[in-house]
Design a protein around this ligand. Structure first.
Ligand SMILES: Nc1ncnc2c1ncn2[C@@H]1O[C@@H]2COP(=O)(O)O[C@H]2[C@H]1O
Length: 648
């Protein structure tokens, strides 16, 4: 960097002096010199910026295998760091920057204090909501319970009161310190000004409910006594916290179905609880054990009454027969409530389960249809197996067969942000994207289509017309070359780009220059020719990078082929020199003089074994060779040896 600063400084000085000199020149000459200087300055500045950028980039391979251990710096390159930062900032700068040292629980509490306002989507606030929600549930459960069942006695009253006032204290903290600090959205912006957030809370309907829920009716305990639990009924007005908690958790967790089930079950259990309390209250009013319908007073009152209420509400099991009108009325109400509530709850449950398993059900249906179709068409079994394997692997990897369908509902900018964030690890390894414009990356990233290949699948074959290029997301692919395409020219791993030569028609035509095969299971991104052309049309730098890399590969392949050819020629020369033709043995000369000139033996001795052997194939395979044949075999052996020794 020092070197570049030095160079630029001197260049600037030089230019300054040239400008001074140029002042004394004639008008035409001045104009020309000015233009030249401007051009020079621009060229130097661009060059310096280029070099600076290159110095900042860690060396990352493109088509060569990218080994993470090669580089010490495993962070994404600057463009990607910038993109990550931009996305984070654009979401909400204040929420993204945690206060230093705020990782511990107390640190987070401190951060709440120093940030002054709170983000309603952060874990800290949702954890607090959970605490408030527990207090609310406590009140919901305990107020009717203590009001009807004999669970509050003179001995345990202080404990109950302590629990009650702890819950009240949490209610108070929530209303006084937490809720007024919650940021809110106004005209698309997060409002983080404390006075505004406070005003916003006060204006809300929720504030009124929260204040009412804290009404100190308990003071009337001094008149009515602590067993008069109805005085705590206002605490149930804080139901908004219960809903808010479940809504926020629903948005936050990866499987919201569990949260929805929990909420539905809570409603159901609470209704049964209320029914149990009502049954016990009714029984005490009628007199415990006065008939076979009312609670007998034996055993644990709550468990017995809860059991009765569950039986009635679900209409499961044999219910005791009501004996009086009031009892019949009670039962009728319980049954109606049971039918109505359970119809709704079961419907909700079914919806939750259907939603939770919808994509899996669709996937299974599609697989079944595909297999059925192949069976009808008598597609070979091994092909069917491959299709099944593809479905399984794709499902395991993506949990959907059509990723784009989910994304299509989102706005363009959001889709781009998601795509960049999801694929940042792969994209940051693609050399092309390191050097390219951020705008180009944003444009290209949405055009990438994921595709999965099975072990041994051919991704493209030499000579085919190239219509797509690929980026390796996970797995390995092999570029095959040489004779019969048996030689592995390169193994490409995550972040490697291939298929661009034919796409850009660098080699003079649009045919694939090599065969590429998937080594194991591989996950690739496909970029169609039209999409690539459309995107890079306005980015000449990116075009240059692609072309440069493609030309390098072509040169590399040509060099390799040339070397292979040379090696083959050398090998042939070496084989030819190694076998020195020995002199023809004297015996052969003698035999040749003896045998008739046009006999097969003479022919064999003269021209070598191959032709003779071909002629004599039939007798050589005879089970019982004749004496003549044996003689010929001896001759043939001699001829074979002789002909081999005569290799050129
Ligand atoms: N020697 C090589 N090393 C790495 N990749 C190669 C090599 N030769 C060809 N390729 C890639 O394999 C691709 C095959 O299709 P294309 O010719 O379109 O583009 C080719 C290159 O991207």
């Amino acid at each position: 960097m020092e070197f570049h600063r030095f160079t630029l400084k001197h260049v600037n000085e030089l230019i300054g002096s040239i400008i001074l000199c140029s002042c004394s020149l004639q008008a035409d000459g001045q104009l020309f010199i000015r233009q030249r200087i401007r051009h020079l300055v621009r060229a130097f500045t661009e060059r310096a910026q280029r070099i600076r950028r290159r110095l900042e980039l860690p060396p990352t391979p493109s088509t060569v295998s990218s080994d993470p251990e090669d580089g010490n710096d495993l962070r994404p390159p600057p463009l990607f760091r910038r993109l990550q930062l931009t996305n984070c900032e654009s979401a909400d700068s204040s929420t993204c920057a945690p206060v230093a040292g705020c990782h511990s629980f107390w640190g987070r509490i401190k951060s709440i204090h120093c940030n002054r306002t709170l983000d309603p989507q952060r874990y800290e606030y949702i954890s607090w909501l959970f605490v408030v929600m527990l207090c609310y549930m406590y009140n919901c459960w305990v107020i009717p319970l203590r009001n009807t069942f004999p669970y509050q006695t003179a001995e345990n009253t202080p404990i109950w009161l302590a629990l009650d006032y702890s819950a009240d204290a949490i209610y108070f903290l929530d209303v006084a310190f937490i809720k007024p600090r919650l940021k809110y959205l106004e005209e698309g912006f997060w409002v983080a000004d404390l006075s505004l957030t406070r005003r916003n809370y006060i204006q809300k309907w929720q504030f009124k409910m929260d204040v009412l829920s804290l009404m100190p009716l308990d003071l009337l305990y001094f008149i009515f006594g602590t067993e008069y639990l109805m005085l705590r009924i206002p605490r149930l007005l804080k139901i908004q916290t219960f809903w808010e908690f479940f809504d926020r958790v629903d948005n936050m967790v990866s499987s919201p179905y569990v949260v929805r089930m929990a909420r539905t079950l809570t409603y159901m259990l609470y209704l049964i609880h209320l029914n149990a309390c009502a049954y016990y209250a009714f029984s005490t009013w009628k007199g415990l054990g006065t008939n076979s319908w009312v609670f007998s007073g034996k055993g644990s009152p709550y468990i017995r009454c809860f059991y009765f209420a569950t039986k009635t509400a679900t209409s499961i099991g044999k219910n005791p027969k009501p004996e009086t009108e009031e009892e019949s009325l009670f039962m009728t109400c319980s049954w109606l409530m049971g039918v109505f509530v359970f119809a709704i709850l079961i419907g909700q449950m079914r919806d939750i389960v259907v939603t939770a398993t919808r994509s899996q059900t669709e996937y299974k249906k599609l697989v079944d249809e595909a297999l059925e179709y192949m069976r009808c068409l008598n597609v070979p079994n091994h092909l069917q197996e491959r299709v099944k394997l593809w479905f399984t692997f794709t499902w395991e990897q993506q949990h959907t067969l059509d990723e784009s369908r989910i994304m299509d509902t989102l706005p363009h900018k959001m889709k781009t942000d998601i795509a960049i964030n999801v694929h940042i690890q792969t994209l940051s390894k693609v050399q092309l994207f390191h050097d390219c414009d951020e705008a180009l990356l944003r444009e290209l990233v949405l055009k990438l289509r994921p595709v999965i290949f099975l072990p041994g699948d051919f991704i493209c074959r030499k000579g085919e017309v190239g219509k797509q290029m690929y980026i390796v997301k996970t797995g390995q692919v092999q570029v095959m070359g040489g004779e019969n395409e048996s030689e592995v020219l390169a193994t490409l791993t995550e972040g490697s780009v291939f298929g661009e030569i034919s796409l850009l028609a660098i080699a003079g035509c649009n045919r694939r220059t090599a065969t590429v095969r998937s080594r194991g299971f591989s996950n690739l991104f496909v970029l169609r020719k039209a999409d690539l052309n459309e995107a890079i049309a306005y980015y000449p730098d990116a075009q240059e990078i692609l072309k440069k890399k493609a030309k390098q590969l072509i040169k590399q392949n040509a060099d390799r082929e040339r070397n292979n050819k040379k090696e083959q020629e050398m090998a042939e020369v070496i084989i030819g020199n190694r076998v020195e033709a020995p002199e023809t043995p004297r015996l052969v000369h003698t035999v040749m003089q003896v045998v008739p000139a046009n006999s097969p033996t003479a022919h064999l001795l003269k021209y070598g074994s191959r032709s003779t052997r071909r002629v004599n194939n039939t007798w050589l395979n005879c089970a019982q060779p004749t004496t003549e044949n044996q003689m010929l075999m001896v001759e043939d052996n001699i001829a074979v040896k002789n002909s081999e020794s005569c290799l050129p």
